[in-house]
Design a protein around this ligand. Sequence first.
Ligand code: ZN
Length: 331
Amino acid sequence: MVHAPADQDQGLAGLKPKEQQIWREAVAAYAAGPSQKDLIFDDPLAEITSALARAGDEKSLVNTGVDARIAQVLTQAAPIYRKVWWTKHRAANRAWKAAMPELVKQHGPKVLDFITNAYRLEWPVAGYDVHVSAYSNWAGAYSTKGNLLVASSLDAGVQGAYGLETIFHEGMHQWDTQVLQALREQARKLNVPVPANLSHGLIFFTAGEAVRHIFPDHVPYAYKFGVWERGLSNVREALEQSWKPYLEARICRSAHDSLTTRDQSQGAALTSLSLANYSRYCLSYTAVLWIHFPFAFFAVVVTVRVLPLRDTVIVPVKTTLAPFFSLNFKV
Ligand SMILES: [Zn+2]
């Protein structure tokens, strides 16, 4: 949204005075009415957005469910919008729509695993439709009633890995009621209030970490775009100290489960399989296969899998083994 005024000025320069006047009247009507409300929580904005999404390429907004007065303003402004802004905005929408499905197809399942594994809640099998528009709201994307997700194709915070993070972030708002209830229950037991914005902070943190788990250089949205400083600073430290280790432990747990399942499905003759206690940072997963006594005459297989976390540092280690040990390693 921050670039919208400059975008508007550029477009207005290409309009005739009468068209400029119609446009300014439309903007004034919006400023005096819908713009005073919150796109996510306030009626009837969510209904209008849903109705517009359903209307698709309809030539008229009559009978689409859009409030008549707003439909009239939009109908008057639409030809002007098409004339100077639509071509550029449509190109941005198309570019976004061309890039995001591939990212979601390639990495979405892992992000989803991470998130559902952390929250232990069900994600709808059919997922969510994501609607794209040149501008959405101040945040670059939002979700509202009816599981309606709207993302901005022009916002830098919704491109590439940030688009991936944002889509899942918005999808996680489906759990707002459940999460808030769980937090309240927990807070009641501890006799403390639920900190403001904790559930939203959890979403920012978890979606950001989910994407960073795939792209280790990814700086989560909340850090990159100053979200913590915009009203969430009260929960940041607690999330870093308590929620982050929990997420890392969940990753380790999940890695352990999948490796165990895989080993078993491969029919490995496991006498016993032990998972090394994962550290707070879960630097590695270690599977140890012990086979029979006397120990020295049988193979000991140690598998160490280094998990791709930001804190992972590869350090070469020289190991001297007794002569009857052979060392076989892959990095
Ligand atoms: Zn949010």
